[in-house]
Design a protein around this ligand. Structure first.
Ligand code: ZN
Length: 287
């Protein structure tokens, strides 16, 4: 999908302090908004995820952005907040988000662990409830930074988990704990602009049995020698998204502080990459 000009659809706002305005919908992986002041007016850029939003929502959002351009604080309009949490918005746009977001494998079943098993165990323990996970999507990430074990996109309700945890030697409970942490982000009220790990969040987090031991395990996770990293590689063509499961075996430590070019060479030689199997093909019609 290309950029779409929707200026005609937006109500001609005489309240706008600019002579001319232009509103476009742009395709980007994450929900975003931006503006640019030109010689004659303002160009407002909205996410194409809002393509099917009610006109009133688009109008309210444009007005908020104009106010923002005049030096006021940006305040997300209530109508937009309401639309973003509607299942109409999430269900319609999540497949497109998953296709664009290159760090999700779109797999719940890893080589050792299934994320849905973790969710079910958490529910059986009464730590997680239906309302927490309604309309949510769980997936192994293709890769994730060391020491970052999970990620939650609250807009599209997508939880992704570091594939290094998808190994037989990792206790199920550790994966459950990471999944639990991310589910707590789904539980949070996104319309309130609070810190993600506030006191309320921490009190929920501490309800997990052996919370301190789980944190300790994760803190030491990458210090164990000979640890193998597993990841998924997405090969995107015009027809489909092919997901390869590969194993990366770290044969010597990385992180030499040399010039960038030689560092890259070092990086390559320090890993052996083996394709284990091709585990999924997703037709491009998904988007
Ligand atoms: Zn968090």
């Amino acid at each position: 999908m290309r950029e779409t000009d929707i200026t005609e659809k937006i109500r001609a706002l005489s309240v706008y302090p600019y002579d001319e305005y232009k509103v476009t919908l742009k395709p980007k992986a994450h929900l975003h908004y931006a503006y640019r002041i030109t010689d004659k007016g303002i160009e407002i850029e909205l996410s194409d995820y809002l393509a099917e939003a009610p006109l009133s929502v688009l109008n309210d959002e444009c007005e908020a952005i104009v106010k923002w351009s005049m030096g006021k604080k940006y305040v997300q309009p209530a109508s937009l907040s309401e639309y973003l949490v509607s299942s109409d918005f999430i269900v319609k746009n999540r497949p497109l988000y998953l296709r664009r977001c290159r760090t999700v494998s779109m797999m719940q079943q890893g080589s050792s662990k299934n994320l849905i098993d973790s969710v079910e165990r958490l529910m059986a323990m009464d730590l997680v409830f239906d309302t927490d996970i309604s309309n949510s999507y769980f997936t192994w990430a293709t890769h994730m930074a060391k020491y970052k074990f999970g990620q939650c996109n609250q807009t599209f309700r997508v939880v992704s988990i570091n594939p290094d945890l998808d190994a037989d030697y990792v206790p199920d409970k550790v994966v459950d704990y990471v999944v639990y942490h991310e589910i707590l982000h789904l539980r949070q009220d996104t319309s309130k602009n609070h810190r993600p790990h506030n006191a309320q969040f921490r009190s929920w987090e501490h309800m997990f049995p052996d919370y301190a031991a789980m944190e300790d395990y994760l803190r030491k996770f990458y210090t164990v020698p000979g640890r193998r990293r597993l990841c998924f590689i997405r090969v995107t063509s015009t027809d489909d998204v092919e997901i390869l499961r590969v194993q990366i075996i770290v044969v010597r430590p990385t992180g030499h502080h040399r010039s960038r070019a030689s560092n890259r060479g070092c990086h390559r030689r320090s890993k052996r990459v083996r394709v284990l199997d091709t585990c999924q093909r997703v037709p491009s019609s998904l988007s």
